[in-house]
Design a protein. Structure first.
Length: 473
């Protein structure tokens, strides 16, 4: 199966009756195919109205030019005109899109037999012979015309860029499995039954459940007035609804609560859950939320000072005795917390992509650092983190729309994309099949990730995600 990045431009090249339209309709949705025949019907009396050919090709070039700005486009025409091919390649490069040619080297006798069998759109014999001769010349030229790749007719699919190189990693995972832990990240509560979601997550094999620590929905995920549950109240509820998964906020905004009080909250969660609490900590970035609730929003420097104090204070609070703590921004006369957590050390995860301060703090005080971003970003963060402290684990937060197969994937993308293009939504949510995601998570594991926290944008993703996770056990 040929895997192409999305969006891209696919130019079909071959004589009439070589199978180009059938191939396009088999592997691509109709709204991705720009067909000269269909455009001939639009500007003429029908698909076989040859007098409308010039207008149809002029319209085709206009449509292709507009689509190249952001959409996958399959150009379904003869593709035998070298000037047009050159123009399509140049336009794709100008828009930063990969442009590939699919060559239909169907034997001439087979093309002629197909053409004779047609009841409509039969090509006149002399015209068809000219096309076959033209193809013989074109076949030798394609490799030198600047296409990113030239492929003989083969099954194909398009995927977001993140999955283009995933097939090799998937095969490697199946042959030589790497271990990877998975956490479900719940970032939306509108219309969500958290008890049911937790039960499904535990049954599916997630190692942990994380919730966002906000008090209103963040603009990246929804509208401010959407239903949004308070994080630690929700985690306490989930402690009673689950038996195995670890529970934590990813990540707790360090400005939202008195830090000593936060330590008491996390310790209580650990006790009530039987030792399953995780403490995520972050700098707190959402200024509008602070303003709305009347909370101070300190400078970046002051928040870093508070974060570093919290990272030192919390383990003291969860430990023995009641030592005094004096930090750069916090003074706690008695770091006292009873009952103490069940765990000897509640795991601390520092969230954030800052390389100079955030990762350094994680490496100095925490058990893990949580980052976001693509594979190249993760590799860079992993290298920096190893430089600070090789023992600090790297975790990754991202979205994963996981489907059983390509048909299921198309359904989920169509259901979730709203007014966005298919390509834009698929990229936003990392839309792929089980096989795609096995490869992607193996790449993350190879980059140094030890736990992947995932948002699932559709409840139907839970089952396929279970298959992905099973490959890493």
């Amino acid at each position: 199966m040929l895997t192409l990045p999305e969006p891209c431009v696919v130019v079909l090249v071959g004589p009439g009756a070589a199978g180009k339209s059938t191939w396009a309709q088999t592997h691509f949705a109709a709204d991705r195919i720009v067909s000269s025949d269909r455009l001939r019907a639009l500007v003429g009396a029908g698909e076989d109205d040859v007098t409308a050919s010039a207008d149809a090709f002029a319209l085709l070039d206009t449509v292709v030019a507009q689509r190249m700005r952001r959409l996958t486009t399959v150009i379904d025409t003869l593709g035998l005109d070298p000037q047009r091919r050159a123009a399509w390649v140049a336009a794709a490069k100008a828009h930063g899109l990969p442009c590939v040619a699919i060559a239909f080297d169907t034997p001439a006798a087979q093309c002629r037999a197909r053409n004779r069998a047609r009841t409509t759109k039969r090509i006149p014999a002399d015209v068809h012979t000219s096309q076959l001769r033209g193809w013989a010349k074109t076949r030798e030229l394609l490799a030198s015309e600047g296409f990113d790749a030239v492929h003989l007719e083969t099954p194909a699919r398009t995927v977001p860029e993140v999955f283009v190189e995933a097939a090799e990693a998937r095969d490697r995972q199946l042959d030589d499995p790497a271990r990877l832990r998975f956490g479900l990240h719940i970032g939306r509560f509108q219309g969500v039954d958290v008890r049911q979601s937790a039960a499904q997550a535990e049954e599916a094999g997630f190692d942990a459940i994380y919730v966002m620590d906000h008090f209103r929905q963040i603009p990246q995920l929804g509208r401010a007035w959407e239903d949004f549950l308070e994080s630690y109240t929700t985690l306490a509820y989930l402690a009673a609804c689950t038996t195995k998964v670890r529970l934590g906020a990813l990540v707790t905004g360090v400005t939202y609560r008195n830090v000593a009080h936060l330590g008491k909250i996390v310790a209580t969660l650990d006790v009530l859950s039987g030792g399953r609490a995780v403490c995520g900590l972050g700098l707190a970035w959402f200024k509008e939320e602070h303003v709305a609730y009347g909370w101070p929003f300190p400078s970046v420097g002051d928040r870093y000072a508070l974060l570093e104090d919290a990272l030192q204070l919390l383990p003291l609070l969860w430990g023995k005795g009641s030592p005094r703590f004096e930090g750069r921004s916090l003074t706690v006369p008695e770091a006292l917390c009873y009952p103490r957590p069940v765990q000897e050390r509640v795991p601390i995860i520092v969230g954030g992509n800052g390389e100079q301060r955030t990762l350094r703090l994680a490496a100095t005080y925490a058990d893990a650092a949580n980052v976001m971003g693509d594979l190249a970003t993760v590799r860079r963060k992993a290298e920096i983190l190893r430089g600070y402290n090789p023992a600090t684990r790297l975790t990754h937060l991202g979205t994963a729309l996981v489907a059983a197969d390509d048909r299921h994937l198309a359904e989920l993308v169509e259901r979730g994309r709203g007014r966005r293009s298919r390509e834009a939504y698929a990229k936003e949510v990392n839309a792929g099949t089980v096989a795609d995601h096995i490869g992607r998570f193996r790449q993350l594991a190879d980059a140094g990730v030890r736990e992947a926290m995932v948002r699932l944008p559709d409840p139907a993703c839970v089952g396929p995600m279970a298959e992905v996770m099973a490959a890493f056990r």
